[in-house]
Design a protein around this ligand. Structure first.
Ligand code: HEC
Length: 138
């Protein structure tokens, strides 16, 4: 009888733990990023000079890859820890944004997306990042 009680207790505990784990993973699901509107003036902004894609690539590896992944698929090592999915930069939904929008979002940030205006203070460097993000198109 004692063994039976032990087995039942164990089974009940195991079930409880499973329910907790399943519930948690549902709650931990990442939110899809919401629309990120940019004002008309910023939207129309263009790089003042031809941007340096290679410089952009280096900056990407240093500042962005950890979340966005090397190809911008949103699969960097830190991506899983984020509440909001960083998105897939290879698709039309992303590439359809204007250069100005990408520049604005990179500069100003939002929630978990850091603002790079101060971390990457040269505007030309942020334009280089925009040029690099264009190369991520599939
Ligand atoms: C700590 C993780 C993290 C890092 C580092 C990071 N991002 Fe993001 N990024 C995000 C997340 C999360 C979003 C979605 C934010 C939202 O929509 O609220 C995002 C969104 C963006 C967007 C807008 C996407 C769209 O659909 O227009 C751009 C552009 C962007 N990031 C560029 C960059 C660049 C460039 C860098 C490096 C200089 C960078 N990010 C570094 C997490 C990160």
């Amino acid at each position: 009888m004692k063994t039976t009680t032990k087995i039942i207790t164990l089974l009940v505990t195991a079930m409880f733990v499973m329910v907790l784990l399943v519930g948690n993973s549902v709650l931990a699901q990442q939110a899809k990023a919401k629309a990120w509107p940019v004002g008309d003036k910023d939207k129309a902004m263009k790089a003042p000079a031809k941007a340096d894609v290679n410089a952009g690539k280096e900056l990407w590896a240093k500042h962005c890859k950890s979340c966005h992944g090397s190809k911008g698929l949103g699969d960097g090592p830190k991506a899983g820890t984020l509440k909001t999915n960083p998105g897939d930069f290879s698709v039309a939904a992303f590439q359809g944004s204007t250069d100005g929008e990408l520049f604005f979002r990179t500069s100003k940030g939002r929630d978990e997306m850091p603002a790079y205006e101060k971390k990457i203070p040269e505007a030309n460097d942020r334009w280089a990042l925009v040029a690099f993000m264009r190369t991520l198109k599939k």
